[in-house]
Design a protein around this ligand. Structure first.
Ligand code: NAP
Length: 367
């Protein structure tokens, strides 16, 4: 058995500790990836910096991380798409309920990944570039294509829908993937971002990009268009999305971010005043939002990035669309990878940097 080690979360609010980890064999539908690059996400930061406010089902000692790229080290007995040695990118779902939390976490040398949530990496693509994709593209696809979310037509479906999709927060990891996926499905895409990212978003397929403060101009640009749905990314984005939906008579909003930020909360256990205030604001703003949406018969739902593994969107994305689109250069691994360092010790450095904020970058650690 190979020797494994992981960046362990050993207590609420604690920094990661790099220690030995068991090597876990794959179940029949799984593969084991020897990770060569892993990326960090806001949800890893939220889990580490807000105790059990989220992901309360995880054991105290656990392995976080969703984005991995590397070589296949072992395949489960029912796996036919991959062989040992293949270069792959995969979505590690160890933080989800009911999973083998430590074995399926990304922040380690060997991660167990569902083969249905992995794709081959083209020869010319580096591991660190591929590692930017998994959670971002999965969340974008769940939001855009699931019937209980925006329910858009899938990429590769014949004909063009002649409709527009709004991606609020287009320069986030999820947003850059949502722009590309919606454009690949034939939709016109209107988005928002800071100005220095506008050109990049146009390169990814957005037709028009506005700054966050240009809500009325964005709405004016949609006059006479049929808006198929709005994806809201970033703190405060859901309220903007509902306003756009009301103005354009769109019926569907997918929300990926809570309406208040958890970033400034004290990083210690206990029910503090700022925590109580944040929870109260969260409950109040979500209630106002849902009442406003309901009055206009808008379906505004919170999206969860891993839900695609239980429906038709997962195979559409990971087995049909992504392998071919990457190989043919039709899909750009975005945002751009920024390698923070090498070795599991650098995972904490990467997460600390993410906590400070990034702009159209994915922070990656090589292994
Ligand atoms: N529900 C789920 O399953 C799920 C999964 C993944 C992510 N998320 C959530 O989705 C959001 C995006 O995640 P991510 O990993 O894609 O983020 P990210 O890449 O870390 O986001 C960084 C980007 O946020 C943008 N930004 C800053 N202020 C903003 C604002 N007011 N509105 C919109 N965007 C703003 C910045 O763009 P500029 O520099 O251009 O301003 C920056 O490029 C986060 O809230 C995250 O928690 C949810």
């Amino acid at each position: 058995m190979p020797t494994n080690s992981a960046a362990w979360l050993t207590a609420p609010y604690a920094p990661f500790v790099v220690e030995d980890a068991p090597y876990t064999r794959p179940a029949p539908t799984q593969i084991v990836i020897r990770n060569r690059a892993i990326a960090v996400n806001p949800l890893d930061d939220i889990k580490q910096s807000s105790g059990n406010l989220m992901y309360g089902w995880l054991p105290t000692r656990t392995v976080l991380g969703e984005d991995v790229a590397g070589e296949v080290a072992e395949v489960g007995s029912a796996v036919t798409r991959f062989a040992v040695g293949d270069r792959v990118v995969g979505y590690a779902v160890g933080m989800e309920k009911g999973r083998r939390h430590a074995a399926e976490g990304g922040f380690q040398l060997y991660t167990v990944v569902e083969s249905a949530l992995a794709a081959p990496i083209p020869e010319g693509m580096r591991f660190e570039n591929a590692a930017v994709l998994p959670l971002g593209i999965s969340t974008a696809a769940s939001a855009l294509f699931q019937k209980d979310q925006l329910g858009l037509r899938h990429p590769g479906t014949a004909g063009t829908p002649n409709q527009t999709v709004v991606v609020w927060g287009g320069s986030t990891s999820v947003g850059m993937n949502a722009i590309q996926l919606a454009a690949a499905a034939g939709y016109e895409v209107v988005s928002t971002a800071s100005e220095h990212n506008h050109q990049r978003l146009r390169e990814l397929g957005a037709t028009t990009v506005f700054e966050y403060a240009q809500l009325s101009q964005l709405i004016a640009s949609l006059q006479g268009k049929q808006v198929a749905g709005i994806l809201a990314l970033g703190t405060g984005s859901a309220a903007k999305a509902i306003t756009i939906a009301i103005a354009t008579r769109s019926r569907r909003v997918a929300m990926a971010s809570p309406s208040v930020s958890f970033t400034g909360l004290p990083q210690r256990p206990g029910f503090t005043l700022p925590l109580a205030r944040t929870i109260a604001q969260l409950v109040m703003s979500q209630t106002v939002l849902q009442v406003r949406a309901a009055r206009h018969r808008i379906r505004a739902r919170f999206v969860w990035g891993s839900t695609l593994m239980t429906n038709e969107v997962g195979p559409m994305l990971w087995e049909q669309f992504l392998p071919a689109a990457l190989a043919e250069g039709r899909y750009i691994a975005a945002p751009t990878a920024e390698v923070v360092g090498s070795g599991l010790e650098q995972v904490q450095t990467a997460l600390d940097a993410l906590h400070q904020g990034v702009s159209a970058r994915k922070l990656v650690v090589t292994l």
